[in-house]
Design a protein around this ligand. Sequence first.
Ligand SMILES: Cc1cc2nc3c(=O)[nH]c(=O)nc-3n(C[C@H](O)[C@H](O)[C@H](O)COP(=O)(O)OP(=O)(O)OC[C@H]3O[C@@H](n4cnc5c(N)ncnc54)[C@H](O)[C@@H]3O)c2cc1C
Length: 469
Amino acid sequence: MTTGPPDALIDALAAVLGDGLLLDDGERTERARDTWMRSQIPITAGNKVIAPVAVCAPADADELAAVVGICRAHGTPMIPRGGGSGVVGGVLASADSVVLSTERMDGLRSLSSPDLLATFGAGTNGLAAENRVHEDGLTIGHWPQSIELSTVGGWVATRASGQYSTAYGNIEDVVHSLEAVLADGTIYRSRSTPRAAAGPDLRHLLMGSEGTLGIVTEVTFSLRARPEPGVRQAFHFAEFADGIDAIRETMRAGWRPPVVRLYDGRESWRHFRDRLPKGNAMLIFLHEGPPGVAPLEAAAVGELCAARGGESATREVVDAWFDNRNEVPSWDELLRSGVVADTIEIATDWSRLPALYTAVVDALAAVPGVVAASAHSSHAYRSGANLYFTVAAAPDDPAEFTATYDACWAAAMRAADELGAGLAHHHGVGRVRRPWMGAELGDGGLSLLRSVKAAIDPDGLMNPGVLIP
Ligand SMILES: Cc1cc2nc3c(=O)[nH]c(=O)nc-3n(C[C@H](O)[C@H](O)[C@H](O)COP(=O)(O)OP(=O)(O)OC[C@H]3O[C@@H](n4cnc5c(N)ncnc54)[C@H](O)[C@@H]3O)c2cc1C
């Protein structure tokens, strides 16, 4: 490893990147972090954003591999970045780091309608990718709430979930093949095949690696034909647990509505006031599929819900969700109004879901300063579902924001861990869940992950501080 002044680093990077090396204060500051509430707290309080030495925006995997080699030779930490919509602190530059931005690895590389395959540069915006395949009557079927803010490479790096996941699966179910520059500068390309029994699936080392093992440069999706317009329906239940039963029976019967969302009493009243008795839990469905499937599925699921005490609600409830589904207040707005908040998503099997819901809501509500704790379930599986908690606290003194935030996370993670739940459903680990990775993976799992990291990144230069404790 050569040590030298930053000038030597900058000169070497400039020789590879040309215009793809961004050095302006504004350009570096804009790309220094993601959308983590905790890293917003000091900024709203008036502190300066810590910017990286430079932003590297290579045009392709070869340029990126050269950049990785230069950074390794200089001992420079590298922070991969896509759209910056991550909410767990996966992107947070230090003053001696460079940000590796995928923004110029953008756009469609190839599309084969007969094979239902489309390849995009990793920096392609999610909605742009979905819109592009729509032109050919196809869909990726991956609709995270952040689809307009995130990149396809970021989806892979965080093991993201979309709002239609109950039918179409999560990112791991729609990724066909990948290209990546690994932390040691080598380029990995998975073979394009519908399935392989050729050892462990190495694509999965990158899915969820959050920039710690390398940078995904290209993603090939296995697409679907766009379905017919769907059927929307909703039911409300006296108890959240009754709604969970209805979802479990829907899954058990083999139905797969793309959208299945159950809100607890607090969230139901917040979103659908006057459409149900206060305290009831609203369950919404969006059914779609090949011609004829959606009405058939909607009728069967409707019967299942009615048999469990579900009262039919107006379809406008689902329309209201659909129309507003991607609207969220900014962290800065909330902090300025005196509120520190976050969302925490976890998962478990059906038998433990009701207890998990109660344990985590109670644990959050007990944190001093917390004014609201609630949850919904938005992703269902044969053997369980997720719970997506929202917590808001209004400590008397803004100086307490960070401590309150940390206390909420610790309370939720502890309660979930005690019940053996999965501690991270789809936002990833980043910095916020990193202390809990030992609990999630166990000693053997953590040691395996650390060994992989050490083999490929012995100096720990690829996204230090993220994922791996
Ligand atoms: C309003 C809002 C709604 C959201 N809704 C959802 C949702 O419905 N479902 C969901 O799953 N998530 C959701 N998220 C979280 C976030 O959008 C996802 O985690 C998304 O996949 C991040 O993509 P990105 O391109 O913005 O990645 P970034 O934020 O730039 O990076 C996220 C992590 O991945 C790494 N990374 C990024 N690109 C690459 C790459 N090409 N190769 C290797 N590592 C990389 C970074 O180092 C970092 O660790 C939401 C976030 C917001 C702000």
